[in-house]
Design a protein around this ligand. Structure first.
Ligand SMILES: O=C(O)C(=O)Cc1ccccc1
Length: 309
């Protein structure tokens, strides 16, 4: 872990010849830790302020990114699915892999702040959602303030973003690692997440579909793909089972967000699919996914492959 820590602390500033990977910063976020676990020293790390900033900065200079996709206790990461609706995903940027990180949250404060002083709790909305039981029991009257990331919540305790919050009456929910990265902070409680197991799954994304992903840890062996489709905007009633029939490959998860079109209750659907036997060659799996998308199009659905891995 100390190796991880020194890298987390220094990585963003170094200019190297290695390919760049962008993550939701600042250093010390869970995204940063998940990226480091998967990529180690094979990339150089570039922090962005928001998940949208990660996605939108992908380019030939910044070919890789990592974005949180789902948490085992708090569900889908809404900001990520909202971005997956955008046209550039599946055209310029693609999902190329996944990695899991077990998450242990801590309640972090400025040194000497006590639990009874706390009136405001800052964190990423996912972290606030993953610590509901702790917050209800120990800080039932605190206002919950969403921030761009867990580490930016911790940083806000030292450099307050506005005069409306007194940092001596505030706390952040984040990884305990931030107390080493931002001196002046301390952990008041640790292991405050709901439930025994709290795991976040991240998508690895790339600019272009051909760039080789420099994995340090083996990617999952199951072949997967992410497909987005939208029903016809004018159809009054449409039958979801037709899409499933047309797809005709196993589906492991379905997400739905309001589409970017102005049609009322018109949604974009995201289906994660996988290779049945898992033994197909990459070429066979690629063909299988593209044929499935073609069948969806023939069934009248606007469909795009957002990633294959
Ligand atoms: O804010 C972070 O640290 C992130 O990487 C997003 C997030 C927040 C909570 C759990 C997992 C990922």
């Amino acid at each position: 872990m100390s190796n991880t820590l020194s890298t987390l602390a220094s990585s963003s500033d170094e200019v190297q010849e290695l390919p760049a990977l962008t993550f939701l910063g600042p250093p010390g976020t869970y995204s940063h830790q998940a990226a480091f676990d998967a990529f180690g020293d094979s990339v150089h790390y570039v922090a962005k302020q928001t998940i949208a900033g990660v996605f939108e900065s992908l380019s030939s200079e910044l070919p890789f990114g990592i974005i949180p996709q789902e948490n085992s206790t708090n569900g889908s990461v809404i900001e990520t699915y909202n971005l997956l609706r955008c046209e550039f995903v599946g055209r310029d940027s693609f999902v190329r892999g996944e990695t899991n990180l077990p998450i242990k949250h801590s309640l972090v404060v400025r040194q000497n702040v006590k639990i009874e002083d706390i009136e405001h709790v800052f964190s990423h909305e996912q972290a606030l959602g993953q610590c509901k039981a702790f917050l209800k029991e120990l800080l039932p009257r605190a206002s919950l303030v969403p921030t761009d990331s867990t580490a930016s919540a911790a940083r806000a305790l030292l450099n307050p973003l506005s005069d409306s919050f007194d940092p001596l009456k505030s706390a952040a929910i984040c990884s305990a690692i931030v107390t080493s990265l931002f001196p002046g902070l301390e952990v008041l409680h640790t292991g405050i997440q709901d439930g025994e197991s709290n795991v976040t799954r991240f998508y690895i994304v790339s600019h272009g579909v051909d760039v080789r992903v420099p994995w340090q840890t083996p990617p999952t062996h199951r072949k997967r793909a992410l497909i987005r489709f939208l029903p016809d905007r004018d159809s009054v009633a449409w039958d979801f089972s037709q899409a499933i029939k047309a797809l005709n490959i196993p589906i492991s998860r379905i997400d739905r967000r309001p589409s970017l079109y102005s049609a009322t209750f018109h949604d974009a659907y995201f289906l994660e699919v996988y290779a049945e036997g898992g033994k197909e060659s990459d070429v066979t799996w690629f063909d299988c996914v593209n044929q499935a998308v073609e069948r969806l199009r023939q069934a009248g659905l606007e469909s795009t492959v957002l990633g294959i891995w």
